[in-house]
Design a protein around this ligand. Structure first.
Ligand code: PEP
Ligand code: CO
Length: 449
């Protein structure tokens, strides 16, 4: 694409999934306000993440991208953020320990507030209202005022992202993530379960290794790598006005970065090659992702790689496949082959959630742990067959003991779904299901190696 890019060039192209803001002037005011605020992340950080993802692209590291389907304005507490971080750290320890490669940790956090929807309106009992599009747009309650897109919510999303990121930085650099606390991360309810006991075994091994290093004269207190971790932020770049208002020119390189998060991705419903989302993200220097559903062809994927990563920078582009447990086995291999043969250095990640959603008998949207695991199994097998690296997983989870996904070691059943179904959008794995998944993934990849 030779067209000139500017932070506003997306505006001349069709932008799918944008809210119908009732008051353009109010929208304009909100976006100007956000544009005057400080960036949430810095260009140098985005470059560090891109370098880490470059190692994933080369098969020397693994990507764990995880967090809420949609963050909530209501569930915004330190405990909520800490518990999510804790599960991500626990999964990462298990993956690192079992696979022997670094795990790049990216949260769906500190900005994941906007949702694409399959229909722009929702009809209940004869009444039609705009669909809920995430807390940065409107409220899920089914009445007209709640569903009215309100630009003030964009400003609120900025502030909540800033606070969340502040706490994440404190937790990850201020001692909470210290590897010496690997046991302390295990919650009560987890330590008494099968997954908890397996985690305890790994934690004990890690502690033994740390003791061994100290006995050999390594001062483990002095190694930042053992006390601090990087947990990067990411969200779907959906509401392009918001993303544009946080797009800033890096003083060091002169390049443009979307400073709303370290990594941004394009969703399955907004990945049109001639659309506004691809146009916007092709011009920012951040590492970016794109969801790839079962209908994507190899030709289309190659065009996407050319559009988003013409310079073929390793780590710049992550392709997040979400094909469904049934379709992954046949659907993925032609894409892997095409991208490999064209020499595009992408990260391949598996989102085993979004094409495995179904309605339970009580009407709740749910996913089954076994389908999630089956899609990852197919993903790993396809990579093994093509000689490519199954670079990571992209999952929706929470640190709370919710009952939103079925199955797992504790066997959440359809009758349990109502007990704690708290998501504002898609069903998430709970802490135990997440730990269970990390074990299984590590086993799968080790067996494939
Ligand atoms: C999501 O990641 O929450 C999502 C909506 O995914 P997809 O674009 O793959 O449907
Ligand atoms: Co989702």
């Amino acid at each position: 694409m030779a067209r000139d890019w500017t932070p506003t060039s997306w505006r001349s192209l069709p932008a799918a999934q944008q809210p119908e803001w009732p008051d353009e002037a109010a929208l304009d005011r909100a976006l100007k306000q956000i544009a005057s605020y400080p960036p949430l992340v810095f260009a140098g950080e985005a470059r560090s993440l891109q370098a880490a993802l470059g190692r994933v692209a080369h098969g020397n590291a693994f990507l764990l991208q995880a967090g809420d389907c949609a963050e909530s304005f209501e569930e915004f507490t330190a405990v909520n953020i800490r518990e999510k971080l804790r599960v991500i750290l626990q999964m990462a320890v298990m993956l690192t320990y079992s696979m022997g490669v670094p795990v790049v940790k990216v949260g769906r956090i500190a900005g994941q507030f906007a949702k694409p929807r399959s229909a722009s309106t929702e009809t209940v009992g004869g009444a039609s209202l705009p669909s809920f599009r995430g807390h940065m747009v409107n409220d899920p309650a089914f009445h007209a005022e709640a569903r009215r897109p309100d630009p003030e919510r964009l400003v609120q999303a900025y502030h909540q992202s800033a606070s969340t990121l502040n706490l994440l930085r404190a937790f990850t650099k201020g001692g909470f993530a210290d590897l010496n606390r690997v046991h302390a991360w295990n919650q009560e309810f987890v330590s008494t379960s099968t997954e908890g006991r397996r985690y305890e075994q790994v934690a004990a091994e890690v502690e033994r290794a740390l003791r061994f290093m100290r006995a050999c004269g390594v001062d483990t207190e002095q190694h930042a790598a053992l006390h601090e971790v990087d947990v990067w932020t990411s969200h779907e770049a959906l509401i392009l006005g918001y993303e544009e208002s946080l797009t800033r020119q890096d003083s060091l390189t002169g390049d443009w970065y979307d400073c709303s998060a370290h990594m941004l991705w394009i969703g399955e419903r907004t990945r049109q090659l001639d659309g506004a989302h691809v146009e916007f993200l092709r011009g920012v220097g951040n590492p970016i992702g794109c969801k790839i559903g079962p209908e994507a062809t190899a030709e289309w994927v190659l065009d996407l790689c050319e559009a988003l990563n013409p310079a073929r920078i390793p780590g710049r582009l992550t392709l997040i496949t979400r094909m469904g447990a049934e379709r992954i086995a046949d659907g993925l291999r032609p894409l892997l082959r095409a991208v490999r043969d064209a020499g595009h250095p992408v990260v391949w990640a598996c989102d085993p959630m979004h094409a495995n959603t179904f309605a339970a008998p009580n009407g709740r949207k749910t996913r089954h742990f076994d389908h999630i695991l089956r899609e990852i199994t197919g993903f790993v097998a396809a990579h093994r067959a093509e000689g490519t690296w199954p670079g990571g997983i992209h999952v929706e989870l929470t640190g709370d003991n919710v009952t939103e996904c079925l199955g797992g070691a504790e066997a959440v059943g359809a009758d349990d779904l109502d007990t704690r179904y708290e998501t504002v959008c898609d069903p998430r794995l709970n802490a135990r299901q997440s730990l269970d998944l990390a074990f299984r993934v590590a086993e799968l990849i080790r067996a494939a190696g």
